[in-house]
Write a protein that binds this ligand. Structure first.
Ligand code: CAA
Length: 688
C-alpha cells in the first residue's frame, strides 16, 4: 500500500504529499505521518521552505468523519495545525479540488495558500452539526474579517478560488500543473525573502459593536432549531474578545459540546446515509445504465411540464406530447413563462447542461424515444390504459415511466407486455426538495433503476429506490392521525405549530394545502374499502374538499389564503370541526402539545415500520432520506427511523399503547415489527 504521506526533497524545498483516497481526509494515520514528516522537514537545515500538496482529485476535504464519535487518537487535527503555526520556515499549501474543514484549517496555519482556479474551499462543518474545531473560527476572522468569516462558517457554503482570493483567503490562483506552480511559488518566496505571514499574528475586529448580535438575528429564522450555527457565532466572538490561546480553548469546548450533541450525531448519520442510499443491494452501478438520448412526456399539464423540465435539466432533450392544439398552445405559453422566470437566476453550469424542452402533437415520437413518461392520465385506470398503448409502440429497451404517486406499480407494469421496462418516478415537491422516489415493479430490470438513479443524481437530487410509494404512504398515516386529533379537539394551527416547533418547515395541514388536497383525497377514495372503521368515519377531508377547498392554489383548504399565499385561521373550518365532532359523538377536549407530537410522529414511524417489514423500503436509511429530502423532516433529528431509534423503540411502543388504551384506537397499535424490535431491545438500524 502506498504511504499516506511522503516527504520528498526538491533542491532546498521539501514537498510533503498526502495520498489518502478518495478525498485525503485527515485520518489518524495521515495525522501521525503528517506530523512526523512535517517535524522532520522543519528540523532539516537543508530544507528552506515546505510545500504541502495532495495526490488525487482533491486537497484535504477535512477531518475523517468516520472517526467521529469514537475514542480520539493523538495527534488530533489541532495538534497538527499548531505544529504548522509554529514553523520557522515558509510553508505553502497548494490547493486543488476541495479544501474543506480541517483541511482548510491546516492551510490557514500555513504562511501562504495557492490554488488552482477550479478549487473550492469552505467550512462545511455546520452541515454536520459541528464547527471548525481546529482553529478555523479563530484564524478565519483574523484573515478575512469577521463579516466574511461569519458568512462562510455559518452557511457552510463552498466558494471558488477566485472568490477566496478576493477575500484574501487564497494568495494566488495558479495554473496546472499545481505541483510545479507550487514549487515555483516557494522559490519566489525564498528568493524575495518574503516574511512568514502567520494568521495567528493578526487581530480580529468587529465592523460594528453589535455586529455579532445583528448577524445572529439575521440568521435566526433560517437556522431555527439548529445548534451549530449559533455555536459558530459564539466561537467567532471568542476570536474577537480573547487572545488566540484562550480563543482556541473556547472553540474546542464549543466543538466538543457539538460533537457530543444528538444533533451532530443525526447530521453525521444523514451525511453517510445520503451517500449510501444510491448503493442499492442487487443493483448495478451507473456504468450499466441504459443510454438516454431523448424523452417524451405524455401530457402537457403541470405534472408533465415539471417532469419534462427535470429531464431537460438532466441534459435529456424532452418533448411534451399534448392531446390537442389548445393544450399544446397552453403548454408552450407556460414553458415560455417558466423560462422567463428562471432566466438570470440559474447558475452557468445549469444553463450549460440543460437540453431543450418542447411540445408536440406527433404521437409518432413515441416510437423512437429512449424514455417515455406518462404524466397525462387523470386516474389509475387511464394511466394503465395509456401505458399499455405506449408499451406497444415504444422501441425495445425504451424505459416507461409512470408518475402517479399512489398507483400500484405492479398493476401498472402488468398492463404492458414489457414489465421489465416499467418504473415509477416521483419527484418530491416544495421548497428545495431534493428527494426522488424511484419505484421499482416486481419485474423492473435492475439497469432501468440504475439509469434513473444516474439521471436524477445528475440533477443534484437524492434518489431512493423503493418497491412502492413510501413518502406519500407514510404521509397519509401521519395526516390521518392529525385529522383524528382535529376531531378530538385540536385545531389545524395547533397541530401545525407543534410539528413546526419540532423542526418541520410546515405542519401536516399547511403541507397538505401546499401540495393540494385533491391528491390526498384521491388516494383516500382509491383506498376507501381498505380503511379501518375510524378512518372511514373521519370524513373531514371529504367535507373540506367537497366545498372546493382544495388547498393553497384554490385559496382555501385547512386555512384561508390571501393573494400572496399567506395562511390565516378560517372560522368556517373551526365550525366544520365542531359540527363534525358533535355528529360523531366525540366530546372535544384540550389536547396537549406532547400528545399531538407523539401521536403524529409515532404514526409516521409505525407506518415506516410496516414499509420496512413489507420490503417496500429495503433499509431504514431509505425512509430517512425520503423524509429529510422530500418532506423537510429536520435533518438534525436524522429522519423518522433514526429518531425512533434515538428515542428507543421500547418507549415508542409503550407510549403508543398508552394512547391506544386512551382513545381505543387501533391506529396507535404498534406494528408487529415495532413489537419485535422493542422486545429485543433493538432499533431499526440494529434490527439484523
Ligand atoms: N471523512 C471521511 N470520509 C469522507 C469525507 C470525510 N471528511 N469526505 C468524504 N468522504 C467519503 C464519502 O463518505 C464517500 O465515501 P464512499 O465512497 O464510501 O461513499 C467518499 O469520500 C466520496 O465522497 P462523495 O461521494 O461525497 O464525493 P463528492 O466528490 O461528491 O464530494 C466532497 C466530495 C465535496 C469532499 C464531499 O464528500 C464532502 O463534502 N465531504 C465532507 C467534507 C466535510 O464536511 N469536511 C469537514 C469535516 S469536519 C472537520 O474537518 C472538523 C474539524 O474542524 C477538524
Amino acid at each position: 500500500m502506498a504511504p499516506l504521506v511522503t516527504l520528498e526533497k526538491h533542491g532546498n524545498l521539501g514537498i510533503v504529499a498526502l495520498n489518502n483516497p478518495p478525498v485525503n481526509a485527515l485520518s489518524h494515520g495521515v495525522r501521525q505521518s503528517l506530523s512526523e514528516l512535517l517535524s522532520r522537514a522543519f528540523s532539516d537545515a537543508s530544507i528552506h521552505a515546505v510545500v504541502i500538496w495532495c495526490e488525487g482529485r482533491s486537497f484535504i476535504a477535512g477531518a475523517d468523519i468516520r472517526e467521529f464519535g469514537k475514542t480520539p487518537l493523538q495527534p488530533d487535527v489541532p495538534e497538527v495545525v499548531e505544529l504548522l503555526d509554529a514553523a520557522k520556515k515558509p510553508v505553502i499549501a497548494a490547493l486543488h479540488g476541495t479544501a474543506l474543514g480541517g483541511g482548510l484549517e491546516l492551510a490557514l496555519a500555513c504562511h501562504y495558500r495557492i490554488a488552482l482556479g477550479s478549487t473550492r474551499v469552505g467550512f462545511p462543518e455546520v452541515t454536520l452539526g459541528l464547527l471548525p474545531g481546529a482553529g478555523g473560527t479563530q484564524r478565519l476572522p483574523r484573515l478575512i474579517g469577521v463579516g466574511a468569516a461569519l458568512d462562510l462558517i455559518v452557511s457552510g457554503k463552498l466558494i471558488s478560488a477566485a472568490k477566496a482570493q478576493g477575500l484574501g483567503l487564497v494568495d494566488v490562483v495558479v495554473e496546472e500543473p499545481l505541483r510545479a506552480s507550487a514549487l515555483a511559488f516557494a522559490e519566489t518566496v525564498l528568493l524575495e525573502g518574503r516574511p512568514l505571514r502567520r494568521v495567528s499574528d493578526l487581530v480580529a475586529k468587529l465592523d460594528a459593536a453589535d455586529q455579532l448580535e445583528a448577524y445572529r438575528a439575521s440568521v435566526a429564522q433560517q437556522c431555527r432549531g439548529f445548534l451549530a450555527p449559533f455555536h459558530c457565532i459564539e466561537a467567532i466572538r471568542a476570536a474577537v474578545d480573547l487572545p488566540l490561546g484562550e480563543g482556541l480553548a473556547r472553540e474546542r469546548a464549543l466543538f466538543i459540546e457539538l460533537m457530543d450533541s444528538s444533533q451532530s450525531k443525526a447530521q453525521r448519520h444523514a451525511f453517510f446515509a445520503e451517500r449510501e442510499v444510491t448503493k442499492v443491494p442487487g443493483l448495478p452501478d451507473a456504468t450499466a445504465a441504459r443510454t438516454l438520448r431523448s424523452a417524451v412526456v405524455v401530457g402537457s399539464g403541470t405534472r408533465a411540464r415539471v417532469l419534462g423540465a427535470c429531464f431537460a435539466d438532466a441534459a435529456l432533450p424532452a418533448t411534451l406530447l399534448a392531446g390537442t392544439q389548445e393544450e399544446l398552445d397552453n403548454a408552450l405559453a407556460a414553458l415560455r413563462v417558466s423560462a422567463a422566470a428562471g432566466a438570470g437566476r440559474e447558475s452557468a453550469s445549469t444553463k450549460e447542461r440543460r437540453a431543450p424542452i418542447t411540445c408536440s402533437l406527433d404521437a409518432g415520437l413515441l416510437n423512437d424515444a429512449d424514455l417515455i413518461a406518462e404524466a397525462g392520465a387523470g386516474d389509475v385506470t387511464a394511466q394503465r390504459a395509456s401505458l399499455g398503448r405506449i408499451g406497444a409502440v415504444a422501441k425495445p429497451r425504451a424505459i416507461l415511466v409512470t408518475a402517479m404517486p399512489y398507483a400500484d406499480i405492479d398493476d401498472i407494469a402488468a398492463c404492458t407486455q414489457r414489465p421489465e421496462d416499467v418504473v415509477g418516478l416521483h419527484f418530491h415537491q416544495g421548497g428545495a426538495a431534493r428527494g426522488v422516489e424511484i419505484i421499482r415493479a416486481r419485474d423492473t430490470a435492475p439497469e432501468v433503476s440504475a439509469t434513473l438513479i444516474k439521471l436524477t443524481k445528475s440533477l443534484g437530487k437524492v434518489p431512493v429506490v423503493v418497491q412502492g410509494p413510501v413518502g406519500s404512504r407514510m404521509f397519509t398515516a401521519y395526516l390521518r392521525e392529525a385529522l383524528f386529533l382535529l376531531e378530538e379537539g385540536a385545531l389545524p394551527a395547533q397541530v401545525d405549530r407543534v410539528l413546526h416547533d419540532f423542526g418541520f418547515q410546515i405542519g401536516p395541514f399547511a403541507e397538505s394545502d401546499r401540495s393540494g388536497l385533491d391528491v390526498e383525497w384521491q388516494r383516500r377514495k382509491v383506498r376507501f374499502d381498505s380503511l379501518d372503521p375510524r378512518a372511514r368515519a373521519c370524513t373531514l377531508l371529504d367535507q373540506i374538499c367537497e366545498q372546493g377547498r382544495l388547498g393553497l392554489e384554490a385559496g382555501a383548504g385547512f386555512y384561508r389564503y390571501d393573494a400572496d399565499g399567506n395562511a390565516t385561521h378560517d372560522p368556517a373550518i373551526e365550525s366544520l370541526l365542531l359540527r363534525h365532532s358533535k355528529d360523531r359523538g366525540i366530546v372535544r377536549r384540550t389536547i396537549s402539545d406532547q400528545e399531538i407530537l407523539e401521536r403524529c410522529l409515532f404514526s409516521l414511524i409505525n407506518e415506516g415500520a410496516r414499509v420496512l417489514e413489507e420490503g417496500v423500503a429495503a433499509r431504514p436509511l431509505d425512509i430517512d432520506m425520503i423524509w429529510i429530502h422530500g418532506y423537510a423532516f429536520p435533518v438534525y433529528r436524522g429522519g423518522p427511523m433514526f429518531y425512533a431509534d434515538e428515542l428507543g423503540l421500547a418507549s415508542v411502543r409503550s407510549a403508543m399503547l398508552g394512547y391506544a388504551a386512551e382513545s381505543g384506537g387501533e391506529h396507535q397499535t404498534p406494528a408487529p415489527f415495532v413489537e419485535r424490535l422493542a422486545h429485543a431491545l433493538k432499533g431499526f438500524y440494529s434490527a439484523s
